[in-house]
Design a protein around this ligand. Structure first.
Ligand SMILES: N[C@@H](CCC(=O)N[C@@H](CS)C(=O)NCC(=O)O)C(=O)O
Length: 258
């Protein structure tokens, strides 16, 4: 009897151990980040670094058309990176997420970090997050396009997007005059704007006219996780759009889904 009891106890202990180890494994299973080193990609590497979440990079070479592959479209139907697969999503089951803003919110909810649960604070973060995804990203993207990549220099387009980016950075300059970060505390909204805003020079902006904006950039840059996130690269040659005609054709011309 004592022998039977001991055996049952040992079996229970071993089951508990393997459940614990399986749990540990699934908790530690890295998030797969579909990534290319661009401002939209860096938003997510910064957040993953800030949260200390394990992740693996799955390169999506957008200059070679990886974004049109069926396996990528299955998780990101808009043929844009970034996207993630979290093997340990809701209910312990995998989940995929596309759109950088949705990914930042998902990771913020998952970790309880940089996306406050308090409704007033959360609403403020969302205002500035959506302001980025609907404004800064598209406008700065068009500024890059017409200033650096368009086959002809179109003064109207260059002026329009350069002026619009200047207007948006002027809004940041006012916003951070009396607070450290866009929504008060450092949040996913700052992480969304920073990788674009740090490229102000390429967007034709004058930083001397934006002293609070410049200090806000420095505050974010000084964070070790930001430095790590912004340093992530892929083990493939990156594409120089200014010199690479094939990449320009794929990105700006006749891609399968454009
Ligand atoms: N709204 C998207 C934009 C993402 C985006 O534009 N990604 C670009 C690189 S920065 C891309 O994947 N481009 C591929 C293409 O244009 O085919 C987001 O915020 O995630």
């Amino acid at each position: 009897m004592a022998k039977k009891k001991r055996a049952a106890k040992a079996a229970k202990k071993s089951t508990k151990k393997s459940v614990q180890s399986a749990k540990r494994k699934s908790v530690l299973a890295p998030i797969e980040l579909y990534f290319w080193p661009t401002p939209n990609g860096f938003k997510i590497t910064v957040m993953l670094e800030e949260c200390g979440l394990p992740y693996v990079i799955k390169p999506v070479n957008i200059g070679r058309g990886d974004q049109f592959k069926p396996e990528f479209l299955a998780i990101s139907p808009n043929n844009r990176m970034p996207a993630i697969i979290d093997p340990n999503g809701p209910g312990g089951k995998p989940i995929s997420v596309f759109e950088s803003g949705a990914i930042l919110q998902y990771l913020g909810r998952k970790t309880g970090k940089f996306y406050p649960a308090d409704e007033r604070k959360r609403t403020a973060v969302e205002e500035w997050l959506f302001w980025q995804v609907g404004g800064v990203g598209p406008m700065a993207g068009q500024a890059h396009h017409f200033r650096s990549y368009a086959p002809e220099k179109i003064p109207y387009a260059i002026e329009r997007y350069t002026r619009e980016v200047g207007r948006l950075y002027g809004i940041i300059d006012k916003r951070v005059e009396k607070r450290d970060f866009l929504a008060g505390e450092y949040s996913i909204a700052d992480m969304a704007v920073y990788p674009w805003a740090k490229l102000w020079e390429r967007q034709g902006q004058d930083i001397n006219a934006l002293p609070n904006f410049a200090r806000w950039l420095e505050r974010i840059k000084a964070r070790p996780a930001v430095a790590r996130g912004m340093a992530v690269r892929v083990e493939q040659p990156t594409v120089d759009l200014a010199k690479d005609e094939e990449a320009r054709r794929i990105l700006f011309g006749i891609g399968a889904n454009n």
